[in-house]
Ligand binder design. Structure first.
Ligand code: PGA
Length: 246
């Protein structure tokens, strides 16, 4: 049995005033029957680390540089994330692919940079609405994952994959459990062809996961938890989603 994982993706939300009660509530909700993590904006990671210290809650970032160090103004390296105890880093989120022109290869290189420093990349893949309507979903997600598999090579089994249909992100329009499962099964098969660890790898679903739809998504055989945007900013909702994964 794969243990489920629920990851909050705060995106560019939060403030010192708002973070404190949110993090305290998540910490007080322990124990959870699944693994739980929060990926906060860079500036708040140290605060999450303090709030979650000494327990089994994890934290991470939402992006990292492909470079180890150097003259890359504005970038944050995987080594810096590791120094602050980050277990995870999200790479290839559709908002980064779309607004920052991140290519499949750049995403793959970021995943590799993270793994090299012991930070687990959560690699996001997903199709747009136009691509789904054109029947291109399978091709798009396979292409996105294949770049990462190829680049990570024998380490591919160490990543977490997140399927996030772009049309479901922040729209309130979630994929049905069956739609999500179909893509997860496809991704699992692709992983099986690439690594002996595929059966143990976690494939998360993301896109308008809420307290009232989480259980039916997480009940699917290849859905191993969720990447949670909007609902991760409200303690009660996020905790309810974590409970649904237990
Ligand atoms: P959402 O975002 O839950 O607000 O749809 C998910 C994500 O983008 O990771």
């Amino acid at each position: 049995m794969r243990r489920k994982l629920v990851v909050g993706n705060w995106k560019m939300h939060g403030s010192r005033v708002a973070n404190e009660p949110l993090l305290a509530a998540i910490a007080q909700g322990r124990p959870y029957a699944c693994d739980v993590a929060v990926c906060a904006p860079f500036l708040y990671i140290a605060e999450v680390a303090v709030a979650f210290a000494g327990g089994d809650l994890r934290w991470g970032a939402q992006d990292c540089s492909v470079h180890e160090q150097g003259a890359y103004t504005g970038e944050v390296s995987a080594a810096m994330l590791a120094e602050f105890g980050c277990r995870y880093v999200i790479v290839g989120h559709s908002e980064r692919r779309q607004y920052h022109q991140e290519s499949d290869q750049l995403v793959a290189d970021k995943a590799k940079a993270a793994l090299a420093k012991g930070v687990t990349p959560i690699v996001c893949v997903g199709e747009s609405l136009a691509q789904r309507e054109a029947g291109q979903t399978d091709d798009v997600v396979k292409r996105q994952l294949s770049a990462v598999i190829h680049t990570l090579a024998h380490c591919a089994g160490e990543m977490v994959v997140a399927y996030e249909p772009v049309w479901a992100i922040g729209t309130g329009r979630t994929a049905t459990p069956e739609q999500a499962q179909d893509v997860h099964a496809l991704l699992r098969a692709q992983l099986h062809a690439a690594t002996p660890h595929a059966a143990q790898m976690k494939i998360l679903y993301g896109g308008s996961v809420k307290a009232d739809n989480a259980a039916s998504l997480f009940a699917q055989p290849d859905i191993d938890g969720g990447l949670i945007g909007g609902a991760s900013l409200k303690a009660n909702d996020f905790i309810a989603i974590c409970r649904a994964a237990g």
